[in-house]
Design a protein around this ligand. Structure first.
Ligand code: NAP
Length: 231
């Protein structure tokens, strides 16, 4: 049975990843900040004996190390760095930037995925076909940015993309793949009700991209429908 570890598993895309991988018969290690309040995830765990809940705030590097230690005997085939925050709002844009808030967005969206990869490397090394998938955003594409704004979010996802390109080169030597994904504009708390697609379609598409992944694709930036995206 293949094993996946998913961050931000309690709602939105993370919850849908858990639902689909559990249904497909994977062992799902579902990590979220407050499992005791994650009622939808608890319900899913009740229906899926192959799904385990774990507490993890990805901005707490010591918590990442502690979870990796707790799961040291595990083989990990897929790590999905999904947890993310938007950060930007009307009161902290250019001219009134909130630098502490920006630092927090960078920690969660960029530093935490790198730390997850570092901490869980021993578990990934045990897999024959390990893959690190990062839920980024087209908003992190510099060449696609024609409307400006969202400085915190755009910079954090651009930094994530840059960091993961380096990891792809580094980890390719060990046959561990790294991919950066754009899930589309999805109806979640972050995407809002006007978004274009449902989480179910986005995750189904991303799962197909991950299932079809081969090592020569490592370090690429791919939309949920398989389209290659510009940096
Ligand atoms: P969402 O519904 O707002 O969910 C965000 C998830 O991230 C929640 O589970 C949240 O947990 C978790 N999270 C935030 N900070 C965390 C932390 N410090 N530690 C652990 N978990 C944390 O958003 P979503 O749409 O599902 O987003 C998932 C990913 O897709 C994000 O990386 C986002 O940037 C990306 N994305 C989304 C869209 C879209 O249109 N929806 C588009 C492009 C990219 P809590 O419940 O504890 O806050």
């Amino acid at each position: 049975m293949a094993t996946v570890l998913i961050t931000g598993a309690n709602r939105g895309l993370g919850l849908e990843f858990c639902r689909q991988y559990a249904q497909a018969g994977w062992q799902v290690l579902a990590a979220c900040r407050q499992p005791q309040k994650a009622h939808d995830l608890q319900r899913l765990a009740g229906l899926s004996p192959n799904l385990q809940l774990h507490a993890l705030d990805v901005s707490d590097l010591a918590q990442i190390d502690a979870l990796a230690e707790q799961l040291s005997g595990q083989t990990l085939d897929l790590l999905i760095n999904n947890a993310g925050v938007y950060g930007d709002n009307n009161s902290n844009g250019f001219g009134q930037m909130d630098y502490a808030a920006w630092a927090s967005v960078l920690e969660i969206n960029c530093q935490a995925p790198v730390k997850m990869a570092e901490a869980f490397l021993p578990q990934l090394q045990k897999s024959q076909q390990a893959l690190i998938a990062n839920v980024s955003s087209l908003m992190g594409s510099i060449s696609d940015n024609t409307s400006g704004g969202s400085i915190m979010y755009r910079s954090s996802k651009a930094a994530l993309n840059a960091a993961m390109k380096s990891l792809a080169i580094e980890l390719g030597k060990q046959n561990i793949g790294v991919i950066t994904l754009h899930p589309g504009w999805v109806k979640t708390d972050m995407g809002g009700p006007n978004a274009l697609i449902e989480a179910e379609a986005s995750v189904a598409g991303m799962r197909t991209v991950l299932a079809d992944f081969y090592l020569a694709q490592s370090g690429s930036f791919v939309k949920y429908d398989g389209t290659q995206l510009p940096w």
